[in-house]
Ligand binder design. Structure first.
Ligand SMILES: *[C@@H]1O[C@H](CO)[C@@H](O)[C@H](O)[C@H]1NC(C)=O
Ligand SMILES: *[C@@H]1O[C@H](CO)[C@@H](O)[C@H](O)[C@H]1NC(C)=O
Length: 429
């Protein structure tokens, strides 16, 4: 996309924010968030595991395509999962800040076939590959937009991925941003989540801000700018910082919040000998922050399975040096696109995205169900999946796809359990 059109894009973004993205489909059909009951997920047994090794990601670089996943078509040849396998896969690992790791077995109650767990056949919604005129990425340059909903619910991880705020203190992201299927990645040990905020007046070198009466403590957030954080290339960041501070306009900066614990489904953790596994379906993780963020979050949802997904949206922090003079990673990038192929668990799409957008929350807009007859509900965005990036899939002739994991009722029940820990709050959606 031509970057000289940033202003136009900004205006477009403004229009989107005001009127919403009213695609044809969204306009003409009565797309509504439907209520459905959920299976109940209960913890059965938790055991302590050994401390992870925190491998360096580099060890795994065996070239593209070295690790292939079983994709939509490949999975349709697998036998349906029985209940005990589902329970195994929905078990989960928790890793705490101090490196302690536990595994929890779960049991599922009230599991219906219609809940869409067992059947994972590709739906007959294959569309022609199309390039839409408006397809592409929108760099949200204006801080007024980038620091407000919905773009502000997109967060950045210190490992370089993106994520989405789904509660005041929970971030949904891709599992492979913290765990490669075998072990936790080096960067997951001291994980932090960055939100873009307008910099207010600096105090005492900008390291601390008054923490709402929490005087003595270390402030509500880890309030350090991106530029002050170590990582890949301190010098470069310092240079950015100098450039940034020379700018007259107020630029939003990242405020970093510490992660207290991470959770990944057992389905993502590869058994030793699994040529054909469903692990791409479970490429999601939930991060719990130490303290809640004062930021509007986006609710989780389950996309109705009765109608094909027309259009999905997501915002993230693409690590794309071509964007904005190499400073793309400090800007939230928004895009929408159509889904080309979907199953209950996966979506293939043609959204433009670079690596840093991995983990971004994929959302759709539907109308809320309304009690009053005759009245249309309000449009509401909900996160219905996680963008998991460009992946190599074992799937007929084509092998590489842009993939997103879809939240099914059972996955919703699991994530809801992680957020609330109270089954009574996760009975229906
Ligand atoms: C399962 O089906 C029964 C009857 O059809 C229904 O009452 C129940 O709410 C369903 N449970 C779930 C989790 O969908
Ligand atoms: C690590 O943290 C967890 C959760 O706070 C706690 O249960 C566990 O005892 C801690 N382990 C060590 C070795 O400190």
């Amino acid at each position: 996309m031509d970057l000289s059109h940033t202003l136009c894009l900004l205006l477009c973004a403004a229009a989107l924010t005001v009127s919403g993205v009213l695609g044809k489909d969204e306009n003409n059909m009565e797309y509504v968030w439907t209520k459905q009951s959920l299976p109940v997920l209960l913890d059965a047994h938790t055991q302590l595991l050994n401390t992870p090794m925190f491998r360096d990601q580099e060890e795994d670089e065996e070239g593209p395509g070295s690790k292939r996943f079983c994709g939509i078509e490949c999975q349709s040849t697998l036998p349906p999962m029985d209940r005990s396998e589902q329970e195994r896969i929905l078990g989960y690992e928790t890793m705490y800040e101090n490196g302690t790791r536990t595994h929890t077995d779960i049991t599922l109650q009230g599991l219906n076939k219609s809940a869409g767990v067992a059947a994972n056949a590709p739906k007959n919604t294959r569309r022609k590959r199309q390039v839409y005129g408006a397809d592409g990425r929108f760099v949200i340059s204006d801080s007024q937009f980038s620091t407000n909903y919905p773009f502000s619910s997109a967060v950045r991880l210190s490992t370089g991925c993106s994520g989405v705020l789904v509660s005041p203190k929970h971030v949904l992201t891709a599992a492979h941003c913290i765990h490669d299927g075998k072990d936790y990645l080096e960067g997951s040990r001291k994980l932090k989540v960055g939100v873009l905020q307008i910099k207010t007046k600096r105090r005492g070198g900008g390291r601390k801000r008054g923490g709402r009466g929490r005087g003595g403590r270390r402030g509500q957030l880890e309030e350090k700018e991106m530029s002050e954080r170590g990582g890949d290339g301190d010098k470069k960041k310092k240079a950015n910082r100098i450039r940034r501070s020379a700018e007259p306009r107020k630029q939003p900066v990242f405020r970093w919040a510490r992660v207290k614990q991470t959770r990944i489904p057992q389905g993502w953790i590869l058994p030793q000998s699994s040529a054909k596994s469903v692990s791409p379906d479970y490429n999601y993780a939930l991060l719990e922050l130490k303290r809640p963020l004062m930021q509007r979050y986006m609710e989780l949802g389950v996309a109705p399975s009765s109608t094909p997904l027309a259009r999905i949206h997501f915002s993230g922090y693409d690590a794309d040096k071509s964007l904005l003079d190499g400073r793309g990673d400090g800007k939230v990038v928004y895009r929408f696109c159509s889904v080309s192929k979907e199953s209950n668990d996966l979506m293939y799409q043609h959204c433009d995205a670079q690596a840093g957008a991995t983990g971004a929350g994929v959302y759709i807009r539907l109308r809320q169900q309304d009690g009053d007859a005759g009245k249309k509900g309000k449009w509401q965005r909900r996160v219905i999946g996680v963008f998991t990036g460009h992946q190599w899939m074992e799937d007929g002739d084509q092998t590489d796809f842009n993939v997103a994991v879809r939240i099914t009722p059972t996955k919703y029940a699991q994530i809801c359990h992680w957020i609330h820990g109270d089954p009574s709050l996760c009975k229906e959606i």
